[in-house]
Design a protein around this ligand. Structure first.
Ligand SMILES: [Zn+2]
Length: 267
Protein backbone atom coordinates (compact mmCIF):
# COMPACT_ATOMS: atom_id res chain seq x y z
CA UNK A 1 0.00 0.00 0.00
CA UNK A 2 2.78 2.38 0.96
CA UNK A 3 4.63 1.54 -2.23
CA UNK A 4 1.62 2.30 -4.44
CA UNK A 5 0.99 5.56 -2.61
CA UNK A 6 4.57 6.68 -3.21
CA UNK A 7 4.32 5.68 -6.88
CA UNK A 8 1.13 7.71 -7.33
CA UNK A 9 2.75 10.67 -5.58
CA UNK A 10 5.77 10.57 -7.92
CA UNK A 11 3.59 9.99 -10.98
CA UNK A 12 1.40 12.99 -10.09
CA UNK A 13 4.47 15.17 -9.42
CA UNK A 14 5.71 14.53 -12.93
CA UNK A 15 2.21 15.14 -14.33
CA UNK A 16 2.32 18.48 -12.50
CA UNK A 17 5.63 19.18 -14.17
CA UNK A 18 4.07 18.25 -17.52
CA UNK A 19 1.11 20.54 -16.78
CA UNK A 20 3.50 23.48 -16.24
CA UNK A 21 5.22 22.73 -19.52
CA UNK A 22 1.86 22.32 -21.31
CA UNK A 23 0.57 25.66 -19.99
CA UNK A 24 3.66 27.51 -21.22
CA UNK A 25 3.76 25.84 -24.62
CA UNK A 26 0.03 26.25 -25.24
CA UNK A 27 0.40 29.93 -24.46
CA UNK A 28 3.43 30.28 -26.75
CA UNK A 29 1.68 28.00 -29.29
CA UNK A 30 4.68 25.69 -29.44
CA UNK A 31 4.66 21.93 -29.91
CA UNK A 32 4.80 19.70 -26.85
CA UNK A 33 7.87 17.81 -28.06
CA UNK A 34 11.40 19.11 -27.80
CA UNK A 35 13.64 19.69 -24.83
CA UNK A 36 12.62 21.62 -21.76
CA UNK A 37 14.07 25.09 -21.49
CA UNK A 38 14.19 27.99 -19.07
CA UNK A 39 11.29 30.32 -20.05
CA UNK A 40 13.42 33.32 -19.05
CA UNK A 41 16.68 32.76 -20.96
CA UNK A 42 15.58 29.81 -23.18
CA UNK A 43 18.69 27.82 -22.17
CA UNK A 44 17.80 24.13 -22.52
CA UNK A 45 17.68 22.17 -19.27
CA UNK A 46 19.51 18.99 -18.35
CA UNK A 47 17.45 16.21 -16.77
CA UNK A 48 18.84 16.98 -13.30
CA UNK A 49 17.49 20.53 -13.52
CA UNK A 50 14.10 19.24 -14.56
CA UNK A 51 13.12 16.98 -11.66
CA UNK A 52 9.80 18.02 -10.11
CA UNK A 53 10.19 19.86 -6.77
CA UNK A 54 13.75 18.66 -6.11
CA UNK A 55 15.37 20.73 -8.85
CA UNK A 56 13.56 23.84 -7.66
CA UNK A 57 14.82 23.24 -4.12
CA UNK A 58 18.31 22.31 -5.29
CA UNK A 59 18.59 25.47 -7.40
CA UNK A 60 17.01 27.53 -4.60
CA UNK A 61 14.37 28.80 -7.01
CA UNK A 62 16.79 30.31 -9.54
CA UNK A 63 17.78 29.29 -13.08
CA UNK A 64 21.26 27.71 -13.22
CA UNK A 65 22.15 29.80 -16.28
CA UNK A 66 20.50 33.21 -16.05
CA UNK A 67 20.08 33.16 -12.22
CA UNK A 68 16.64 34.74 -12.54
CA UNK A 69 13.88 33.63 -10.23
CA UNK A 70 11.86 30.60 -11.37
CA UNK A 71 8.14 31.23 -10.90
CA UNK A 72 6.73 29.66 -7.74
CA UNK A 73 3.98 28.34 -9.99
CA UNK A 74 6.25 25.41 -10.94
CA UNK A 75 6.73 23.74 -7.54
CA UNK A 76 3.24 24.76 -6.33
CA UNK A 77 1.45 23.15 -9.30
CA UNK A 78 3.59 20.00 -8.97
CA UNK A 79 2.85 19.63 -5.27
CA UNK A 80 -0.86 20.44 -5.59
CA UNK A 81 -1.24 17.90 -8.40
CA UNK A 82 0.42 15.23 -6.26
CA UNK A 83 -1.73 15.99 -3.21
CA UNK A 84 -4.98 16.06 -5.20
CA UNK A 85 -4.11 12.77 -6.91
CA UNK A 86 -3.54 11.19 -3.50
CA UNK A 87 -6.76 12.73 -2.18
CA UNK A 88 -8.87 11.14 -4.94
CA UNK A 89 -6.96 7.86 -4.66
CA UNK A 90 -7.82 7.55 -0.98
CA UNK A 91 -11.34 8.84 -1.56
CA UNK A 92 -12.12 6.01 -3.98
CA UNK A 93 -10.15 3.35 -2.20
CA UNK A 94 -12.41 1.09 -0.25
CA UNK A 95 -10.96 1.32 3.24
CA UNK A 96 -12.03 -2.23 3.97
CA UNK A 97 -9.36 -3.46 1.60
CA UNK A 98 -6.65 -1.24 3.02
CA UNK A 99 -4.99 -3.69 5.39
CA UNK A 100 -5.45 -6.84 3.32
CA UNK A 101 -3.02 -6.70 0.49
CA UNK A 102 -1.80 -4.57 -2.37
CA UNK A 103 -3.01 -7.35 -4.66
CA UNK A 104 -6.60 -6.71 -3.63
CA UNK A 105 -6.33 -3.35 -5.33
CA UNK A 106 -5.74 -4.96 -8.70
CA UNK A 107 -8.91 -7.02 -8.58
CA UNK A 108 -11.15 -4.06 -7.90
CA UNK A 109 -14.10 -3.65 -10.24
CA UNK A 110 -13.55 -1.78 -13.46
CA UNK A 111 -15.79 1.07 -12.27
CA UNK A 112 -13.29 1.83 -9.48
CA UNK A 113 -10.58 2.51 -12.04
CA UNK A 114 -12.94 4.42 -14.33
CA UNK A 115 -14.04 6.73 -11.50
CA UNK A 116 -10.43 7.20 -10.47
CA UNK A 117 -9.27 7.96 -14.01
CA UNK A 118 -12.15 10.39 -14.53
CA UNK A 119 -11.34 12.26 -11.31
CA UNK A 120 -7.57 12.29 -11.93
CA UNK A 121 -8.15 13.55 -15.45
CA UNK A 122 -10.43 16.27 -14.05
CA UNK A 123 -7.74 17.27 -11.53
CA UNK A 124 -5.16 17.54 -14.31
CA UNK A 125 -7.44 19.43 -16.74
CA UNK A 126 -8.78 21.87 -14.17
CA UNK A 127 -5.30 22.55 -12.77
CA UNK A 128 -4.18 23.55 -16.26
CA UNK A 129 -7.31 25.68 -16.76
CA UNK A 130 -6.84 27.29 -13.33
CA UNK A 131 -3.24 28.35 -13.92
CA UNK A 132 -3.78 29.29 -17.57
CA UNK A 133 -6.70 31.57 -16.78
CA UNK A 134 -5.03 33.04 -13.68
CA UNK A 135 -1.87 33.92 -15.63
CA UNK A 136 -3.15 34.82 -19.07
CA UNK A 137 -6.91 35.51 -18.56
CA UNK A 138 -7.58 32.94 -21.26
CA UNK A 139 -9.26 29.58 -21.61
CA UNK A 140 -7.52 27.29 -24.07
CA UNK A 141 -9.88 25.33 -26.30
CA UNK A 142 -7.01 22.98 -27.15
CA UNK A 143 -7.57 21.72 -23.58
CA UNK A 144 -11.32 22.12 -23.21
CA UNK A 145 -12.49 20.24 -26.32
CA UNK A 146 -10.41 17.03 -25.99
CA UNK A 147 -11.21 17.00 -22.24
CA UNK A 148 -14.95 17.28 -22.96
CA UNK A 149 -14.75 14.30 -25.28
CA UNK A 150 -12.88 12.22 -22.65
CA UNK A 151 -15.40 13.07 -19.92
CA UNK A 152 -18.33 12.17 -22.20
CA UNK A 153 -16.80 8.76 -22.99
CA UNK A 154 -15.83 8.03 -19.36
CA UNK A 155 -19.25 9.06 -18.01
CA UNK A 156 -21.07 6.94 -20.59
CA UNK A 157 -18.93 3.96 -19.56
CA UNK A 158 -19.80 4.75 -15.94
CA UNK A 159 -23.47 4.36 -16.82
CA UNK A 160 -24.59 7.97 -17.18
CA UNK A 161 -27.70 8.36 -19.31
CA UNK A 162 -26.77 9.93 -22.62
CA UNK A 163 -29.96 11.99 -22.52
CA UNK A 164 -29.09 13.55 -19.14
CA UNK A 165 -25.54 14.08 -20.37
CA UNK A 166 -26.83 15.90 -23.44
CA UNK A 167 -29.12 18.06 -21.27
CA UNK A 168 -26.44 19.01 -18.73
CA UNK A 169 -24.08 19.96 -21.56
CA UNK A 170 -26.69 22.13 -23.29
CA UNK A 171 -28.01 23.76 -20.10
CA UNK A 172 -24.53 24.49 -18.66
CA UNK A 173 -23.39 25.90 -22.01
CA UNK A 174 -26.52 28.03 -22.36
CA UNK A 175 -26.17 29.31 -18.79
CA UNK A 176 -22.82 30.91 -19.65
CA UNK A 177 -23.78 31.82 -23.23
CA UNK A 178 -26.76 33.83 -21.90
CA UNK A 179 -24.54 35.71 -19.46
CA UNK A 180 -22.08 36.33 -22.27
CA UNK A 181 -24.74 37.88 -24.49
CA UNK A 182 -26.52 39.80 -21.71
CA UNK A 183 -23.27 41.43 -20.52
CA UNK A 184 -22.07 41.72 -24.15
CA UNK A 185 -18.92 39.80 -23.27
CA UNK A 186 -17.89 42.14 -20.46
CA UNK A 187 -18.93 39.88 -17.58
CA UNK A 188 -17.19 36.81 -18.91
CA UNK A 189 -15.30 35.68 -21.97
CA UNK A 190 -16.27 33.39 -24.80
CA UNK A 191 -13.98 30.73 -23.31
CA UNK A 192 -16.27 30.54 -20.27
CA UNK A 193 -19.09 29.27 -22.50
CA UNK A 194 -16.87 26.33 -23.51
CA UNK A 195 -15.95 25.83 -19.87
CA UNK A 196 -19.69 25.58 -19.16
CA UNK A 197 -19.95 22.81 -21.75
CA UNK A 198 -16.98 21.08 -20.14
CA UNK A 199 -18.69 21.15 -16.73
CA UNK A 200 -21.78 19.66 -18.38
CA UNK A 201 -19.73 16.75 -19.72
CA UNK A 202 -18.10 16.10 -16.32
CA UNK A 203 -21.34 16.29 -14.29
CA UNK A 204 -24.28 14.49 -15.90
CA UNK A 205 -25.95 15.10 -12.53
CA UNK A 206 -27.93 18.29 -11.80
CA UNK A 207 -26.98 18.41 -8.12
CA UNK A 208 -23.23 18.22 -8.75
CA UNK A 209 -23.45 20.67 -11.65
CA UNK A 210 -25.21 23.21 -9.43
CA UNK A 211 -22.70 22.66 -6.60
CA UNK A 212 -19.82 23.27 -9.05
CA UNK A 213 -21.26 26.48 -10.52
CA UNK A 214 -22.59 27.87 -7.22
CA UNK A 215 -19.30 27.32 -5.38
CA UNK A 216 -17.46 28.96 -8.29
CA UNK A 217 -19.65 32.06 -8.01
CA UNK A 218 -19.49 32.11 -4.20
CA UNK A 219 -15.68 31.86 -4.11
CA UNK A 220 -15.42 34.39 -6.95
CA UNK A 221 -17.60 36.85 -5.04
CA UNK A 222 -15.61 36.46 -1.81
CA UNK A 223 -12.25 36.72 -3.56
CA UNK A 224 -13.48 39.71 -5.58
CA UNK A 225 -14.72 41.52 -2.46
CA UNK A 226 -11.51 40.64 -0.65
CA UNK A 227 -9.38 42.08 -3.44
CA UNK A 228 -11.46 45.28 -3.48
CA UNK A 229 -11.11 45.64 0.31
CA UNK A 230 -7.30 45.29 0.20
CA UNK A 231 -7.26 47.68 -2.76
CA UNK A 232 -5.87 45.28 -5.36
CA UNK A 233 -8.97 45.57 -7.58
CA UNK A 234 -11.74 48.11 -8.13
CA UNK A 235 -15.45 47.64 -8.80
CA UNK A 236 -16.03 46.41 -12.31
CA UNK A 237 -12.50 45.09 -12.86
CA UNK A 238 -12.34 41.62 -14.37
CA UNK A 239 -11.65 38.41 -12.52
CA UNK A 240 -10.80 35.25 -14.48
CA UNK A 241 -13.97 33.16 -14.10
CA UNK A 242 -12.17 30.01 -15.28
CA UNK A 243 -10.11 30.02 -12.09
CA UNK A 244 -13.24 29.80 -9.96
CA UNK A 245 -15.02 27.33 -12.24
CA UNK A 246 -11.97 25.05 -11.95
CA UNK A 247 -12.14 25.31 -8.15
CA UNK A 248 -15.90 24.70 -8.22
CA UNK A 249 -15.45 21.59 -10.35
CA UNK A 250 -12.87 20.10 -7.97
CA UNK A 251 -15.06 20.92 -4.94
CA UNK A 252 -18.11 19.27 -6.54
CA UNK A 253 -16.01 16.24 -7.45
CA UNK A 254 -14.53 15.91 -3.97
CA UNK A 255 -17.43 16.85 -1.68
CA UNK A 256 -20.45 17.32 -3.97
CA UNK A 257 -22.59 14.43 -2.66
CA UNK A 258 -21.76 15.36 0.96
CA UNK A 259 -22.65 19.02 0.33
CA UNK A 260 -25.96 18.04 -1.29
CA UNK A 261 -27.01 15.63 1.47
CA UNK A 262 -26.16 18.11 4.24
CA UNK A 263 -28.17 20.75 2.35
CA UNK A 264 -31.23 18.50 2.33
CA UNK A 265 -30.77 17.74 6.01
CA UNK A 266 -31.38 21.45 6.71
CA UNK A 267 -35.10 20.93 5.99
ZN1 LIG B 1 17.33 30.89 -17.28
Amino acid sequence: MFFITVLIFLFALSLGSFANCLIWRLYKQETIGGRSYCPLCRHSLAWYDNIPLLSYLNLRGRCRFCHKRISRQYPVVELMMALLFLFFWFKHLDFLYLDIDVLMVTIKPLSFWLYLIRDWLAVFIFSVIFVFDARFYLVSNAIVFPASLCFIILNLFLGASWFTLLLTIIVAGLFFALQFFITRGRGLGEGDIWLGLLLGTLFPDWGLLIVAILSAYLIGTFVGLGLIIVGRKSWGSKLPLGVFLALGAIIALAWGPAIISSYWRLF
